[in-house]
Design a protein around this ligand. Sequence first.
Ligand SMILES: [Zn+2]
Length: 562
Amino acid sequence: MQTVYPINLEREAHASYNYLENMIVPQNGFTYFNVFLTDPAEAVHDWPDFIDVPSRTAEACVLLRHMTGIPVNTEEACFKRIYGFQEEDGLFYRPQSRITRHEFVREEQALVMGALIAKAIADKDDEAHTRLERLIEALNSQETGAGSFPAMLIRPVARVWEAYQWRRAESLLEKLTTAVCQTSPVFRPNGGFAGHVHSHLYAAAGLTEVGRLTGDDKLISHMDRVFQWIRDRSTRFGFVPEVSERADDVVGCETCCLMDYIHLAISLAKAGRTNYYDDVERAVRNHLIESRVKNGDWLPSKHNMTDDDLIRRNGVGDAAEGAYAGWSCPNHILAYDEWLPSGWIKSPELASIYLNKVRALQNCCGPSGPKALYLAWRHASKVIMENGGNSLRINLLLDRSLPDAEVRCNEPWEGRVEVCAKDAFLSVAMRCPSWTSEKDMTATVNGRPMDLQISGGYAMTPSLSAGDCVEFRYPLEEREELVRIGNEGRQSYRYRVGWRGGTVMEMKPGKNPSYGVSHLMPAPVQLYYGNQGPHPLYQRGNILQNKPSPLPLHSATGPEIW
Ligand SMILES: [Zn+2]
């Protein structure tokens, strides 16, 4: 009999430890940006493996350690690696190597900053704090332009300003906001934008925070339009396209985009748009969890092969378990067979290492999946002070254990949420799922019916004593949705999606084309939008036949890093 359990964010996060500990050189924190679908599969170091991916990984290691209570073995190596690239002027530089030039790249400082912020805030770590201060000072003394990946710095700098109130962080944030909103605007008045979705959504989350911290409602409304614009181009289950306004037939969901979609929705919810928690929960329950590589069998794996200084050929499939999709489609972990563009490499002699090979994973996404899980975990349930006492707010109907209360959810089996209060609360407020109406919601306390007040999309109980147990009940709606993905004016791909409450139980492709045009490729590419493809997703058909057994939870509020 299959063992089944309601979604447990900590277990999902822990499932990435295999990837985080085995797809990295443990001695020096050297990550592998590329995984190619060759025979055998190859993991290949690349230019993002000096600062970009190790910084994302170092940050994810801190988040996961606080989330699960279990350290990731490669955390120290990743921090040591990135610290080695900070120079006298305070900035982080790529080294001169076979694949990189000695240079400073502004966008990469945003990723280093994420790692430094996590360690400085969560661990109160002096070295991370000092290095962060030097980096902010160095960036503030520079000219600020929008850069090629616009405005990725805004979100981390806003967090630094909020946490430490440094005058230089405030000044840098003002310059960045002016550059991105006025000098060379990256978002249209209707919220639209073209190009790299990950960096744009991270920027939008940053600008939402700027709006919240400075009371700029106009800026928040503009970022709200950005969210609605990208939501219209994504699906309700969390398929968020990698590139906006791409002019060919391929479309894939990059986990980094999904992470920032969730980050932006949470920032807007913090600024009062709490209805977006519904979008966050649907994306987490469905495409985020489905985007984790659950087995590496689709990557031809061999042992006793010869590795080179840049290429690893041994056991790549096994090490990839726990990574996250670089380009998923709704029903496969990989949407299409695409190569790197020829302009990617520094010199022609590197062509045989990087070019003419199908890209299976881009490992910027490896740490982004766990970061998205942390974002959901941190904001799922919160104790807030209001009217002179504590209230509990359940924003996401997902299992969570706080020092003051335990929340257990039962979707997709039942619309039932149990809350055990370890402390007294003025109220417990549970977000009503979007398909319910006021009259559908009922609750009991210690088995006796109780009245609920519905306000702002939340069902609220009267005050509770320590030891009280509340049970909320709501109906689970079953429905079918027809969705279509694709780039405007190009080939599109249809799916029939079977929902039960907020969970996708079934994903059925229509008669979708098997080949399409990619502007990066000389000939049409193989597509996996149909029934056949690597690592099928949404294999959830039988789970309702078994009774769920809830898993243990790590009881912690966790540091509010983001
Ligand atoms: Zn990515």
